[in-house]
Design a protein around this ligand. Structure first.
Ligand SMILES: *[C@@H]1O[C@H](CO)[C@@H](O)[C@H](O)[C@H]1NC(C)=O
Ligand SMILES: *[C@@H]1O[C@H](CO)[C@@H](O)[C@H](O)[C@H]1NC(C)=O
Length: 381
């Protein structure tokens, strides 16, 4: 019996306890209470099993679908092409022509995070073909302030051939420059890929779950715009000067940002990548730069691309480990390298979960994640 099954049975037993005493009193003349209990129990089970669908509806209903009147396509000619000189390290410019990836995954990583990169190569990053479609994983870093680390990166790039290094100092406040670099690189050197996924280096990403999701939604995006992830709705800019996310009114005047996908993981279709990347290159960069994911959201809005919410992307509270739940999730964030290896092995040693176990496990791990937030269990953001 899995933990999830235990929890489910526990919840049902608890509901039984609440209902039982009243049931006994009215045993002779059954009133509405037994029916009420039955309705509550059924609703609870359905709510857990279809938690992700409910989340999808609620989020989509709250999303702001109005585009600004001037939003639209930026002509390709007005933006200079990405130059190879913008990158200090990169794989062969022909890497995508040779590998012909269906999905290219760009992992934004810090120079010092070698262990995280290795864990990714040893787990999901090592998958080169999923259900007959090719996937390719590359890492993007900036310039470290420590020259010794820079030398290690050169060695790593030569040995692994999967590093891209942009010409900017790799600091937290420069993350937006990393994204600009990433978009520019993918636009110039990997226009063949049908989809690009941007993933942080502490994310357990699941290419086969993503392919399954795209296939299930009958993949209408293959030739259209898709900007998919966990959508953050109506987020207000941080006006506290002491915060590292401080954005003065002079830099961004509106009271809320356009809805955007959480930066932990998002997916862009080829046409969305082109439009967003052109909008990003054409936009005047403010100082301080808005955070990476908000910047992409602003560029998407300027390019006329709306975000789509998928409950299988994490990005809010940390999702606790559950085998069937992780099998269905497209991405789970805040996973340490050691856990990534452990979870990946566990996910692949046992046979795939049944439909019902996936539903129940997914619902329960999401309920646990939100309960953790509600009960104030510490989550560093
Ligand atoms: C961001 O990168 C640029 C270019 O390397 C550098 O001049 C600047 O100091 C960096 N900004 C921060 C805050 O580190
Ligand atoms: C998509 O689904 C169809 C059947 O619904 C299946 O035959 C096909 O292999 C799937 N493709 C991928 C990439 O999963």
């Amino acid at each position: 019996m899995t933990v999830c099954e235990l929890c489910r049975d526990g919840a049902l037993a608890m509901l039984g306890q609440i209902c039982k005493p009243r049931l006994r009193k009215r045993a002779r003349k059954p009133g509405v209470l037994p029916y009420l209990c039955l309705v509550i129990a059924t609703t609870t089970v359905f709510a857990v099993v279809f938690f992700d669908c409910i989340e999808s509806w609620v989020t989509s209903a709250r999303m702001n679908a109005d585009l600004e009147p001037h939003a639209g396509i930026i002509p390709l000619q007005s933006v200079p092409p990405t130059r190879p000189e913008e990158f200090l390290l990169m794989p062969s410019p022909l890497v995508c022509q040779r590998a012909k990836p269906y999905i290219i995954t760009m992992v934004t990583s810090a120079p010092a995070n070698q262990r995280a990169r290795q864990a990714i190569r040893d787990t999901w990053g090592g998958e080169v073909e999923v259900t007959g479609l090719r996937v390719m994983t590359l890492f993007i870093v900036g310039v470290p302030s420590d020259p010794a680390l820079g030398k290690l990166l050169i060695v790593e790039a030569r040995e692994r051939g999967d590093l891209i290094q942009g010409r900017f100092l790799d600091t937290y406040s420069n993350l937006t420059l990393k994204t600009l670099s990433m978009l520019g690189w993918a636009r110039r050197f990997c226009p063949q890929a049908h989809f690009m996924a941007k993933v942080d280096d502490d994310v357990l990403f699941n290419p086969s779950a993503l392919l399954h999701f795209l296939n299930k939604s009958r993949n209408p995006y293959e030739h259209g715009d898709l900007y998919l992830g966990r959508v953050h709705i109506r987020v207000a800019p941080n006006r506290d000067p002491s915060s590292k996310h401080y954005l003065p009114t002079g830099t961004y005047s509106a009271s809320v940002f356009p809805d955007y996908c959480s930066g932990t993981t998002y997916v862009l279709s080829r046409s969305a990548l082109l439009k967003i990347s052109l909008a990003a290159t054409a936009s005047a960069l403010s100082t301080p730069l808005p955070p990476e994911d908000i910047f992409v959201g602003m560029c998407a809005r300027a390019a006329g691309v709306l975000p789509s919410h998928c409950p299988l992307f994490s990005g809010g509270p940390r999702v606790p480990y559950g085998r069937c739940c992780y099998q269905a999730m497209v991405s789970v964030h805040r996973v340490a390298p050691r856990d990534m290896l452990r979870y990946w092995a566990d996910l692949h040693t046992l046979p795939p979960c049944s439909w019902l176990s996936v539903r129940a496990s997914l619902g329960l791990c999401k309920v646990r994640a939100w309960l953790g937030v509600a009960l104030g269990i510490k989550q560093d953001v």
